[in-house]
Design a protein around this ligand. Structure first.
Ligand code: SF4
Length: 364
């Protein structure tokens, strides 16, 4: 096991990021081997259980109601639909199902009860269950934990400074508060971000400072390359260079040695060679399935061919942590509190978000 440092500074992380590439790869690959089997990669399937119509203004997201994109909204899926998708994911090698709902925050009520039932159902299939449902309170996190949730995803997206250039409808501290609420339970934390949104290298380092100084550090960290979707404020962003992706993965691996580093959005733009370099640099998880919520992702058969070519094996579920117990709804110790937490609404102006919003009005 390697020693995890929790007081990384931006300068230290920038030094790592800017290390000559061969040296950086060697260092990251060496650290990777201390805590992980380099031939094992965890495979997750991301399922959009409620799509579109979101009240937030995340500049990268085609699910925000205020932008005009080709995404079609869907109401919350049924437990049976989710179960069928989970079984399919399991049969193609996924050990984890991550359920995403386009919500600002969780509201107690029928829909959340339905999500809790989905968590119970998937945990009983002996798969790791992850949810990404927006901001949650401690009580809601406890109820998810009781249902058998393995991980909760809540990305920091970028540095605190650059976050304000992308999202105006909630604050960075809200993100940290939700992560803190999850940490009060046995549920593991999944938190990462997106590169290619116009941020600079200092912002990338700033995001890694925020993540790596959490104690404990997140058990998993997705590194997304922006998929620029038409109609969103970031539609004109240039694709991220594979070299930036490799550097970001390697730096994440070095500052967060125990964390599962996940290649997430943007893999369709990467060659197999590029992805192989990312695995060498310490990435040890991918999202499988032909869609990532609403954006394209490589076909699972293609991924399995890549695994064969590289001699990689999918990680078995509950390798890193034991399977949580599921408590059935009637035995629950936690009641819905119907809380209305006061999340912030900074509501500062982001010019490009405003422009996209106005443009959408004329198209509707
Ligand atoms: S990223 Fe999540 S919170 Fe932001 S607009 Fe999309 S669905 Fe809503």
């Amino acid at each position: 096991m390697s020693e995890t440092k929790h007081n990384w500074t931006k300068e230290e992380i920038l030094d790592i990021y800017n290390t000559p590439l061969m040296e950086l790869l060697y260092k990251a690959a060496t650290i990777h081997r201390k805590s992980h089997n380099p031939n094992v990669v965890q495979v997750s399937t991301l399922l959009s259980i409620k799509t579109g119509g979101c009240s937030e203004d995340c500049g990268y997201c085609p699910q925000a109601a205020r932008y005009h994109t080709a995404v079609e909204g869907n109401d919350l899926m049924s437990v049976q639909q989710v179960k069928a998708q989970a079984l399919r994911a399991k049969s193609t090698g996924s050990s984890r199902v991550c359920m995403g709902a386009a919500w600002r925050n969780v509201k107690d009520g029928e829909e959340f009860d339905q999500v809790l039932e989905m968590v119970r159902t998937i945990n009983k299939l002996d798969m790791e269950v992850c949810c990404t449902l927006g901001m949650i309170t401690e009580n809601q996190a406890q109820r998810l934990a009781e249902a058998g949730l393995y991980a909760y995803n809540h990305n920091l997206d970028s540095s605190e400074e650059y976050y304000k250039e992308v999202i105006s409808t909630r604050g960075y501290q809200d993100r940290l508060d939700t992560i803190d609420n999850v940490r009060k339970t046995n549920v593991t934390v999944c938190s990462g971000g997106i590169i290619g949104m116009g941020e600079n290298i200092e912002d990338r380092a700033g995001m890694l400072v925020a993540l790596s100084t959490l104690n404990p550090q997140p058990e998993s960290t997705p590194i997304n390359a922006l998929v620029a979707v038409e109609g969103t404020p970031l539609e004109d962003q240039k694709p991220v260079s594979i070299w930036d992706m490799i550097r970001m993965v390697a730096t994440t691996r070095i500052v967060m040695p125990e964390t599962q580093v996940r290649l997430s959005a943007g893999r369709t733009q990467m060659t197999r060679e590029g992805q192989a370099m990312c695995f060498f640099a310490g990435a040890n998880s991918i999202f499988a399935g032909d869609k990532l919520l609403t954006t394209p992702n490589p076909d699972v058969n293609e991924d399995m061919k890549m695994f064969e070519l590289l001699g990689l094996n999918p990680q078995k579920p509950f390798t890193k942590k034991v399977q949580p117990q599921t408590v059935e709804a009637p035995e629950s110790q936690f009641e819905a509190l119907g809380e209305k937490p006061k999340w912030t609404r900074p509501d500062h102006k982001i010019e490009r978000n405003e422009v996209a919003k106005e443009k959408a009005k004329t198209l509707k």
